[in-house]
Ligand binder design. Structure first.
Ligand code: GLU
Length: 386
């Protein structure tokens, strides 16, 4: 296979990664176990410190960041004296012991930059079920809003094989999707994708840019070894890149062994960039418009209809009637005073809740319900005009 047959726009390649980073508003960084844990089984504290200062620099440029960190199982194994094995119960026990050590390591790495860290442990359902994914997203948005750095890992201690991602590559793509990241960086001990296995074939060429994940590209990842002590190989990285590309997020696959791996990427270090295929908002909105069966509807007044047309969210105040049964996270229809469906969106409150707060100012939500999830019945980001 020739290099030119699977890459695109050669002239722009050198600057593709630095440009993607420079233009990104939100970046999700996934860090593999082999980078966190040293040969002695302990945390690579100097390296984590260098990542901490890279993250601080990116935040200084106004970017919002999400960290997906592996390493709990590897750290916990050593702490508990468990052998390296595929036994799930051992992995679960190791993760329980290692996760707190992992967080301590990140706390230490980020403390010099006064960046508050916040741990989120997710299971597969937290991103694959609409309602739970809304909860996870709301938490992430709040954390980003208050300037915290969310550090995510799989909740390995409770995730059994059937309900498990098993690798943080795909988990990180889903996490990136929750917050509409523009860029996903997968840092491990592989340099990206090559035309052949560079360990075996000296003529293997590095691929700096992948325009689309074709069967041809997938075939290249077929024999790639898993990275060090982690679980993911090149296959799960391409799976992650495919998820990301689908919602308009570029993926950067890079070797993070050296100190300051993110600064190095911004300076043009070698990596593979998988291009996005749509905009984050457009992919999500296409999904709202097309793929969900609306579970109910709300009628709104003329003022609310005008606000929606002007690009605003739907507040409970503008709702005149709630129809059907729907849960928080369901897709519902929005009908104007003439009864015409003008928009569709993801409800932040259930039908029962919506009835209790319809026609009321958002400030009343907490008193009517006893709690408030947010001010909007449907947030603008979750709404599409028809
Ligand atoms: N969640 C696992 C851990 O923290 C890592 C999974 C992976 O290697 O991708 O140890």
């Amino acid at each position: 296979m020739t290099r030119s047959s699977i890459i695109s726009a050669p002239a722009a390649l050198a600057s593709a990664v630095p440009n993607a980073l420079a233009n990104a508003r939100r970046i999700t960084v996934k860090i593999g176990s082999s980078l966190i844990v040293g040969d002695d089984g302990g945390v690579r504290a100097d390296w984590l410190a260098s990542v901490g200062s890279d993250l601080a620099a990116l935040r200084g440029q106004g970017k919002q960041l999400l960290l997906v960190s592996s390493g709990a199982i590897a750290l916990g194994r050593r702490h508990l004296g468990l052998p390296v094995s595929a036994r799930l119960d051992h992995k679960q026990a190791a993760a329980a012991a290692g996760q707190s050590r992992l967080m301590q390591a990140w706390e230490r790495a980020l403390a010099p930059h006064a960046i508050p860290v916040a741990q989120l442990l997710l299971t597969l359902d937290d991103t694959e079920q609409r309602r739970r994914s809304l909860n996870a997203r709301a938490t992430l948005e709040t954390l980003l809003g208050v300037g915290a750095l969310p550090v995510i890992n799989e909740n390995d201690s409770v995730a059994t094989d059937e309900i498990r991602y098993g690798d943080n590559d795909r988990l990180s793509a889903r996490a990136a999707q929750l917050i509409h990241s523009d860029v996903l960086i997968l840092l491990s001990d592989v340099d990206g994708l090559f035309t052949a296995d560079p360990a075996r074939d000296p003529s293997a060429e590095h691929l700096p840019h992948i325009a689309a994940i074709t069967p041809q590209i997938e075939a290249l990842a077929g024999g790639a070894r898993a990275a060090g002590v982690g679980t993911g190989g090149m296959r799960t990285k391409l799976d992650a890149a495919a998820i990301a590309s689908g919602f308009g997020c570029a993926t950067i696959i890079a070797n993070g062994r050296e100190l300051h791996p993110l600064a190095r990427l911004a300076d043009g270090a070698r990596a593979t960039l998988v291009a996005p295929s749509g905009s984050p908002a457009s992919a999500y909105k296409a999904w709202i418009r097309g793929s969900l069966a609306p579970g109910g509807s709300v009628h709104i007044d003329a003022g609310a209809a005008r606000a929606l047309t002007a690009g605003k969210s739907l507040l409970p105040a503008g709702v005149t009637q709630v129809e059907g049964r729907f849960d928080q996270g369901s897709c519902i229809r929005i009908l104007d005073p003439a009864g015409t469906e003008i928009a569709r969106g993801i409800a932040a409150y259930s039908a029962v809740e919506a009835q209790a707060i319809q026609g009321r100012p958002s400030a009343d939500i907490a008193t009517r319900l006893g709690y408030s999830r947010c001010d909007e019945l449907i947030h603008r980001d979750d709404l599409v005009m028809l």
